[in-house]
Ligand binder design. Structure first.
Ligand SMILES: O=C(O)CCC(=O)C(=O)O
Length: 277
């Protein structure tokens, strides 16, 4: 755990400007060796409890994709490790937010040589919230380049429209019910229109964190032939975020928060990580 004081700057003005302009920024060397060791420990524990989601990512393709969503709900030490790390403070600085809450954490493990991609998508369509002060902090425990699964983004797409999320057929009615949020309609073919959607990617080394806005269109190839891709993506919400009911939420507990449109977020479902209550 870092010895920096609470108000030490982890994010430069250049990082903040890039995040605002492009919707994604790489902060190199944010996590030190001790923080990485703690996250690696959590990763090993949670991947063993993960689900093989290869059928969702494309099980006609080589490899395997294991996912564990919301480790914080099952592993008591998760929040302790996260709160003690520099991630929440860096995210708060990036969002210029006094408070920071956890939205969710997502572990993704792609075995070596996985060709199962993460399809182009945005995250916000299935988050039952409104506001601008939101970001995910995505990092890998291994060095990863674009071909080996580093996230690829449509630069600036956080300033554009929201598109209908992909859902299985039995949930299409839920997406229809939320149509007012999806002013972009169906997801366009991102790769086919490089003028509207210029694709950028950041190679990462252990300790680097890529922060991106949940409206960002993003995608990833599988993993390198020689090594696995061990990834954690941790989602943060800042001061201006309020609850906004959606039926197309990604997982069920979000439909059971008891919150109504416009409510401030509750500690029970969105734990406070930094800042006073
Ligand atoms: O790491 C990946 O393959 C996908 C991650 C992702 O979509 C996210 O963090 O929102």
């Amino acid at each position: 755990v870092r010895s920096t004081t609470d108000d030490a700057r982890l994010i430069t003005d250049e990082h903040a400007a890039a995040f605002e302009r492009d919707g994604a920024v790489r902060v190199q060397g944010l996590l030190d060796a001790d923080e990485l060791r703690r996250f690696a420990w959590l990763f090993d524990l949670l991947v063993a409890r993960g689900d093989d989601m290869s059928n969702y990512y494309g099980d006609d393709l080589p490899g395997k994709t294991i996912v564990n969503l919301n480790g914080w709900r099952t592993e008591p030490s998760f929040l302790e490790t996260l709160t003690a790390s520099s991630l929440p403070r860096a995210a708060a600085q990036l969002l210029d937010s006094t408070q920071l809450r956890l939205y969710e954490d997502l572990l993704i493990f792609k075995t070596p040589g996985t060709e199962q991609p993460t399809s182009w998508h945005q995250d916000e369509p299935q988050w039952p919230v409104t506001g601008r002060q939101m970001c995910s902090g995505w990092f890998c425990l291994d060095a990863v380049d674009e071909a080996g699964g580093a996230l690829r983004f449509a630069r600036g797409s956080h300033l554009g429209r929201l598109y209908r999320p992909y859902v299985p057929e039995d949930r299409l009615a839920d997406v229809d019910a939320d149509a007012r949020f999806f002013d972009g309609g169906d997801l366009p073919d991102i790769e086919a229109d490089p003028v509207t959607f210029p694709v950028v990617s950041f190679d990462v080394r252990p300790g680097d964190v890529v922060f991106f806005h949940p409206r960002m269109l993003h995608h990833a190839f599988g993993s390198a032939p020689t090594h696995a891709r061990r990834t954690l993506s941790i989602r943060f919400l800042g001061d201006d975020v309020r609850f906004a009911e959606k039926r197309s939420v990604f997982y069920e507990s979000l439909a059971k928060t008891g919150l109504a449109d416009g409510d401030r977020l509750s500690d029970a479902d969105f734990p406070l990580l930094t800042g006073a209550r």
